[in-house]
Design a protein around this ligand. Structure first.
Ligand SMILES: *Cc1c(COP(=O)(O)O)cnc(C)c1O
Length: 222
């Protein structure tokens, strides 16, 4: 099936309340343009440099989401244009985003990445660390970042019950944070980013509001 057909099929499966991020990492500009021509405007990348060169080359009404792990020294390259950073997992990184957003006279929306998988290699905070960030003095003073929700990646496994348990944990945490912390200028929790090609249907059932789908749209990556 073509990129356009894949996109249409997935769009039909998604509930109206769920936002689709088309994950275009490693894929050429022609593929992104094909998805763009089919109406897709939100694309996700996991490398700052690759995202920046795609941003330069492609239509300016595309919203670019950084979904990968971010090194602090790379924030400055995407600060002028990034629409949402999904993988914020330390206060240090949030401070750097604040600094670079300020230089660009912008407010950059961010998601805090939670560690929900069992694997050691995955990034993310636990609940205590999340609460520490949200109550920190440094965060209270920020004026150029806005925490708009949480993001998580489930364990890569065929064990559906396990994945479901991880998604349910994240949804619960999302609901708790939403009710525990009042809405402010820099905190407005309304996005729950969870679900990829292999598990987005389950993620939606568990309350996801944003899915990040790559291979089911663009085909397998090398
Ligand atoms: C690559 C990636 C995706 C998309 O993965 P697919 O299985 O190709 O849909 C989603 N989220 C993150 C964080 C990724 O790095």
């Amino acid at each position: 099936m073509s990129i356009k057909e894949n996109l249409n099929k997935i769009q039909q499966e998604l509930s109206e309340k769920v936002t689709l991020v088309a994950v275009s990492k490693t894929k050429p500009n022609e593929d992104i343009f094909e998805a763009y021509n089919a109406g897709q405007r939100i694309f996700g990348e996991n490398k700052v440099q690759e995202m920046t060169s795609k941003w330069e080359a492609l239509p300016k009404d595309i919203e670019w989401h950084m979904i990968g792990h971010v090194q602090r020294n790379k924030v400055k390259y995407m600060a002028p244009f990034v629409s949402l950073i999904h993988g914020v997992d330390t206060l240090k990184l949030l401070k750097e985003i604040e600094k670079q957003a300020k230089k660009n006279d912008r407010v950059i929306p961010c998601l805090l990445q939670m560690h929900i998988a069992k694997e050691e290699t995955k990034f993310g905070m636990d609940e205590d660390e999340l609460r520490e960030v949200l109550t920190s003095e440094a965060f209270q003073q920020m004026e150029h970042v806005k925490v708009v929700g949480l993001m998580g990646m489930a364990t890569f496994t065929d064990d559906e019950e396990r994945v479901k348990g991880e998604f349910e944990y994240l949804k619960n945490l999302y609901d708790t944070i939403k009710s525990d912390y009042p809405k402010t200028e820099r905190l407005d929790v309304n996005i729950l980013s969870m679900g990829m090609s292999g598990d987005y249907k389950l993620a939606m059932e568990c309350g996801s509001t944003m899915v990040r789908i790559g291979s089911s749209i663009f085909g397998a990556r090398n």
